[in-house]
Design a protein around this ligand. Structure first.
Ligand code: FMN
Length: 229
């Protein structure tokens, strides 16, 4: 049995998955990526729409896209906007507090202080190069599809992450990559009809990097579930 054949239980894989923001240089074999995508393709979707479309980037293509987006971000290039709205225009409770805890938790782990805006910006920029992962995934959705397909898509994304974790790989889902959809379309040669939904880093965690120690807490079941009898 190879290491990849030693699977985790579904519960262990779900619990063990965390967003990993620093990777080893070690590449992910193509058949391993195909296997993970094939497993995730079993995700359910309304009317079996399977609204996902995935671009797997490695090597020069990955570097080019990362550099293009990072450059636009660091130079505050104007005119970039997501193809869809991710967050409300104004944050409100309890989401505001959770968002702040998440953001500050990450910066605290990295010992970045509130006034160190340049350090924050550079940290954020690591998103655009897929945190140094050897493989980057870009997910698109047809522009004609509706909110229901976003529901389907989330299940697919989690299926990828769980399958990857079970096979000894690590991931980070990345909505940040959808902030520059025109650059992504240009670099990948995609039509406007393909909306850029998000990206995902895929690889093997660099366990020695402190950024990977960050793991935000969860709201207890009693706070989000109501049992009605
Ligand atoms: C759809 C989606 C998009 C996300 N986008 C980003 C991102 O752009 N950059 C990032 O560092 N983390 C991103 N995250 C990771 C979240 O911050 C993370 O899932 C959350 O804080 C919980 O932490 P955990 O994944 O380690 O359990 C994203 C998560 C999801 C589900």
């Amino acid at each position: 049995m190879t290491q990849a054949d030693t699977f985790l239980s579904a519960e262990d894989a779900i619990r063990r998955r965390h967003s990993v923001r620093a990777y080893q240089a070690k590449s992910v074999p193509r058949d391993e990526i195909e296997r993970i995508l094939e497993i995730a393709s079993h995700a359910p979707s309304g009317s079996n729409f399977q609204p996902w479309r995935v671009y797997v980037l490695t090597g020069a293509k990955l570097l080019r896209l990362g550099q293009a987006i990072r450059g636009a971000y660091l130079s505050d290039e104007p005119g970039h906007a997501r193809d869809y709205t991710y967050y409300p225009k104004e944050h409100y409770e309890p989401y505001l507090t959770r968002r702040r805890e998440c953001g500050w938790g990450l910066y605290t782990t990295l010992n970045i202080q509130r006034h160190e805006k340049e350090k924050m910006k550079l940290q954020r920029a690591t998103n655009y190069e897929f945190f140094g992962a050897p493989c980057g995934l870009i997910f698109t959705i047809d522009a004609g599809l509706e909110t229901g397909s976003f529901l389907d898509y989330g299940i697919f994304l989690q299926s990828i992450m769980i399958a990857a974790t079970a096979r000894g790989l690590d991931t980070c889902p990345q909505a940040s990559l959808a902030e520059f959809p025109d650059i992504v379309r240009h670099e990948l040669g995609l039509p406007k009809q393909e909306r850029i939904l998000c990206g995902m880093a895929l690889g093997y965690a660099d366990a020695s990097d402190i950024v990977n120690k960050f793991s935000p807490p969860r709201v207890p079941v009693a706070e989000f579930a109501t049992f009605l009898d």
